[in-house]
Design a protein around this ligand. Structure first.
Ligand SMILES: Cc1cc2nc3c(=O)[nH]c(=O)nc-3n(C[C@H](O)[C@H](O)[C@H](O)COP(=O)(O)OP(=O)(O)OC[C@H]3O[C@@H](n4cnc5c(N)ncnc54)[C@H](O)[C@@H]3O)c2cc1C
Length: 466
C-alpha cells in the first residue's frame, strides 16, 4: 500500500512538473508576500506565481514611516523570536536581513497596567513582585493551576478558559488587557481554542499553564530568544521591502480583484478590466474582503474583525517621567476607558532612533469593545483625548511636539467560541465547490506577523499534497 502511495505521488509530481502551473495569490500583505516567497523557493521556475494587490503599495497593515526622523509604526511594531517566530527568523535569514534585526531593550521588560487610574508595574524582578498589588492572586493562581484537571475540553471563551486555571482577579487585571493588546478583542466572546491553540492543547495534556510554559521555555532557545520582541532598524516594513525585492517579477500592484469563480478545472480571477485563469488561487485577503468576491452566496462564516484608531505622539524627553520608562501600559476593560493601551516605543527599540531627543508613544483606541466610541471623533478630538488621558495616567505634563493618525478598519480577526468547527465546515464546503482555491492569511490560524509567515511556510511546504 505504501509503495502504491509513493508511486502515485511520484506520478502526480511528474505530471505537475511537465507543464508550468500558474498560482495566483490574492493580496500582498505579509501573508501573500511570504507565501509567494516560500513557493518560489520550493518550486523555482516550475511554478508561475503572481501576487495581485489592489493598492499601489505592498505590505498591508505593515507600514513604517519617519516623522522628524523618528520611526513610527502604523501597524505591527515587532515580532516575538520564540514559538512561530522561528519561521520569521528563518525568512529573515533567507532574505539576508538578519543583521538589520534590532532587539527590544532590557527596559522593555518593564510593563505597566492601569489600576484604579494609576500605573502599576507588573512583576519583572523580586522587588517589583513584592510591590505588586495582586501578588496574593498570583500565588493562589499557581496553586489553582497546578491542581487543574487534564483531559479533553470543548472550546470555551478565553475568559472561562483562564478562569478555570487562575484567579478571577488576574483574569480581569492581566488576561483581559493582554488579550486587548494582541487581538483588540473581548475575552468573553473570543474562542480559547482558536486564539491560543498551542496553549489550549498543552493544557489538555499537562493540566497546567505553568507546566506548559516551563516546557516551552526549555524548548525555545535561539540567539534571538533573549529579547522579548524583535524589529528592524528601519521598522517592520524592512521585511516587506526585502520580500518585494525578491518578488519583483511576481508582484502586481493596482490590481483590484472583484470576483473569483471555478472555471472547469481552473479558477477564474476577475479584475476590474481583465480576467485571468489560474490552476490554483490562494487568497490571503481578510474574509470581509474575500467573501463578497465569491459566487457562493450560501457560504457564510461568522468572523468579525475589530478596528482601531492609532495615535502616535512625539514628546519632549525631559517631560516624560523617568520612573515610567519601559514598554508601556495596558488597560483592563473594567477601567472603562476607550484607550486599550499605550506603547512607549522609544524605550522598546531605542536603536531605531539613536539620536532623537524625542520620545514616541503610540496610543491604541477602540478595539471590539470601544471602536464605536471613537470612530466619529475628529483627529483634533482624538488628539486632545489622547493627551489628556496620557497626562492623567502618567501623572505628567507631557510636551507633545508632533502627532500622526491612522485608522485600522476591520483589522484584527476575532475568532468566536466554536470557530474551529465552523471553520472546518466552511473549508469543506469550499473544497467541494472549488478544490483548487485556498484561503490563507489571518482568517483562521492567528493574527500575528509570526502566524502569517508560519502559515505561509506551512502551506508552501505542503502545497502539492494539500
Ligand atoms: C494597528 C495594528 C497593530 C498590530 N500590531 C502587531 C504587532 O505588534 N505584532 C504582530 O505580530 N502583529 C500585529 N498586528 C497584526 C498584523 O500586523 C496583521 O495581522 C498582519 O499584518 C496581517 O497580514 P496579512 O497579509 O494577512 O493581511 P493584510 O495586511 O490585511 O493584507 C491583505 C492585503 O490584501 C489586499 N487586498 C484586499 N482586498 C483586495 C482585493 N479585492 N484585491 C487585491 N488585493 C486586496 C490589501 O490591500 C492588503 O494589502 C497589528 C495589526 C494592526 C492593524
Amino acid at each position: 500500500m505504501r509503495y502504491l502511495d509513493k508511486t502515485y505521488a511520484f506520478v502526480t509530481n511528474l505530471v505537475f512538473f511537465m507543464e508550468t502551473k500558474r498560482v495566483i495569490i490574492l493580496g500582498a500583505g505579509i501573508s501573500g508576500l511570504s507565501l509567494a516567497w516560500f513557493l518560489k523557493q520550493k518550486f523555482k521556475d516550475k511554478l508561475k506565481v503572481s501576487i495581485l494587490e489592489k493598492e499601489a503599495r505592498a505590505g498591508g497593515w505593515i507600514k513604517s514611516v519617519r516623522k522628524r526622523s523618528v520611526l513610527l509604526e502604523k501597524g505591527p511594531r515587532g515580532f516575538r523570536p520564540k514559538g512561530k517566530g522561528e519561521a520569521t527568523l528563518a525568512l529573515c535569514k533567507q532574505l539576508g536581513i538578519e543583521d538589520k534585526i534590532v532587539f527590544a531593550s532590557p527596559l522593555s521588560k518593564k510593563r505597566f497596567i492601569l489600576h484604579k487610574k494609576s500605573l502599576v508595574p507588573l512583576p519583572h524582578d523580586f522587588f517589583s513582585f513584592l510591590n505588586f498589588p495582586f501578588k496574593g492572586a498570583l500565588l493562589s493562581s499557581l496553586i489553582k493551576d497546578l491542581g487543574a484537571a487534564k483531559g479533553q475540553r470543548e472550546d470555551l471563551s478565553v475568559k472561562d478558559f483562564f478562569n478555570g486555571q487562575i484567579s478571577e482577579v488576574l483574569v480581569k487585571k492581566l488576561v483581559d488587557p493582554f488579550f486587548s493588546g494582541i487581538y483588540a478583542g473581548d475575552i468573553q466572546k473570543s474562542s480559547a481554542e482558536s486564539c491560543f491553540p498551542g496553549l489550549f492543547q498543552d493544557v489538555q495534556k499537562n493540566g497546567s499553564f505553568f507546566k506548559s510554559f516551563r516546557k516551552k521555555e526549555k524548548e525555545q532557545k535561539n540567539r534571538f530568544s533573549t529579547a522579548p520582541l524583535l524589529s528592524f532598524k528601519d521598522g517592520m516594513e524592512q521585511l516587506v521591502e526585502s520580500l518585494k525585492e525578491g518578488l519583483s517579477e511576481e508582484l502586481e500592484l493596482n490590481k483590484n480583484v472583484v470576483g473569483v469563480s471555478g472555471e472547469d478545472e481552473k479558477i477564474k480571477v476577475l479584475l476590474e478590466e481583465e480576467e485571468l485563469l489560474a490552476d490554483y488561487v490562494v487568497s490571503t485577503l481578510p474574509l470581509p474582503h474575500l467573501l463578497p468576491l465569491l459566487d457562493e452566496e450560501e457560504i457564510a462564516l461568522s468572523l468579525k474583525y475589530s478596528s482601531l484608531r492609532v495615535l502616535s505622539l512625539l514628546i519632549e524627553r525631559e517631560s516624560f517621567p523617568k520612573r515610567l520608562q519601559g514598554f508601556g501600559y495596558l488597560i483592563p476593560s473594567e477601567e472603562g476607558v476607550e484607550l486599550l493601551g499605550t506603547v512607549f516605543d522609544s524605550f522598546v527599540f531605542p536603536a531605531q532612533d539613536p539620536k532623537s531627543s524625542l520620545i514616541k508613544a503610540t496610543l491604541m483606541f477602540g478595539g471590539s469593545r470601544h471602536f464605536e466610541r471613537v470612530k466619529k471623533l475628529s483627529e483634533d478630538e482624538l488628539f486632545l483625548k489622547g493627551v489628556e488621558l496620557l497626562n492623567k495616567h502618567l501623572k505628567a505634563n507631557l510636551k507633545v511636539v508632533d502627532r500622526e493618525f491612522f485608522t485600522a478598519k476591520e483589522a484584527i480577526a476575532q475568532y468566536p467560541v466554536g470557530y474551529k468547527k465552523e471553520k472546518e465546515r466552511f473549508l469543506d464546503e469550499m473544497k467541494n465547490k472549488m478544490p483548487n482555491f485556498f484561503i490563507q492569511g489571518t482568517s483562521f490560524n492567528g493574527v500575528a506577523v509570526n502566524d502569517c509567515v508560519f502559515n505561509s511556510r506551512h502551506f508552501a511546504e505542503n502545497f502539492l499534497t494539500l
